[in-house]
Ligand binder design. Structure first.
Ligand SMILES: [Fe+2]
Length: 232
């Protein structure tokens, strides 16, 4: 029987369904059956590219902040929602063989919808600080390597045209990864962004989240940002 230890998100839905219906006899492009009976990528997955941490990593460690959970769209349940387009970004943290990395600490920080960070170094920025936005969050990946954040689409700000979320990920026995993700919705802005432009075409694809927009405008947009970590 096909092993569920290959995450469907990295396998791709079409091939995953082929595998389920075809069982062991099914040939999977890019995948090979290992001696232990598990399907593994036949080549190492490309590492998620590193990008600059930038100047706005939270001044107090995220786990010490009063509000630090995986829902950045409001400081706590019952509080007013932050301004901006809601979005849920989820994904799977894996090693280069596609194995999920449970217990990974995933930290995110970003600007509010107006384009300002909650950071003293952004004090000269005249854009309005949204006090209902949480600005940073933290999640621990589950046994299947998955994480999820609910947040808002970050605003543009002086010096950065690409709307981006900063990530810092720590997985046991792996190198710390600092990177950023972007949204396909804003392709023209991304193309003008100096940090985004430092990536090659394949890397840009890796860090650009495709968005699914529900018909109900009150529902958040959804997208996946999968992360591949390098061994320490
Ligand atoms: Fe930034």
């Amino acid at each position: 029987m096909f092993s569920a230890r290959v995450p469907a998100s990295t396998l791709g839905r079409r091939h995953f369904l082929q595998a389920l219906s075809g069982g062991m006899a099914c040939a999977l492009p890019g995948w090979a059956l290992a001696a232990n009976g598990l399907w593994m990528p036949s080549e190492d997955l490309p590492l998620t590219p590193t990008q600059t941490e930038g100047p706005f990593y939270p001044e107090t460690a995220i786990e010490q902040q009063m509000f630090n959970d995986a829902d950045l769209s409001q400081k706590m349940t019952g509080h007013e929602l932050a301004k901006g387009q809601l979005v849920v970004v989820n994904g799977t943290v894996t090693d280069r063989r596609g194995q999920p990395l449970a217990g990974s600490v995933v930290e995110v920080w970003q600007a509010c919808a107006s384009g300002r960070y909650n950071h003293s170094r952004d004090g000269e920025n005249p854009l309005l600080l949204d006090n209902n936005f949480q600005f940073w969050g933290r999640a621990i990946t589950a046994a299947d390597g998955k994480y999820s954040f609910k947040t808002i689409i970050p605003g543009k700000y002086p010096g950065r045209t690409g709307r981006h979320i900063h990530y810092r990920i720590d997985s046991p026995q792996h190198k710390r990864l600092v990177t950023q993700c972007y949204f396909s919705e804003y392709g023209e802005d991304n193309a003008k962004d100096g940090i985004y432009r430092q990536l090659d075409a394949k890397q840009r694809q890796q860090v650009t989240v495709e968005l699914d927009k529900p018909a109900d405008a009150a529902q958040p947009w959804n997208g996946a940002f999968d992360i591949v970590m390098a061994k320490a």
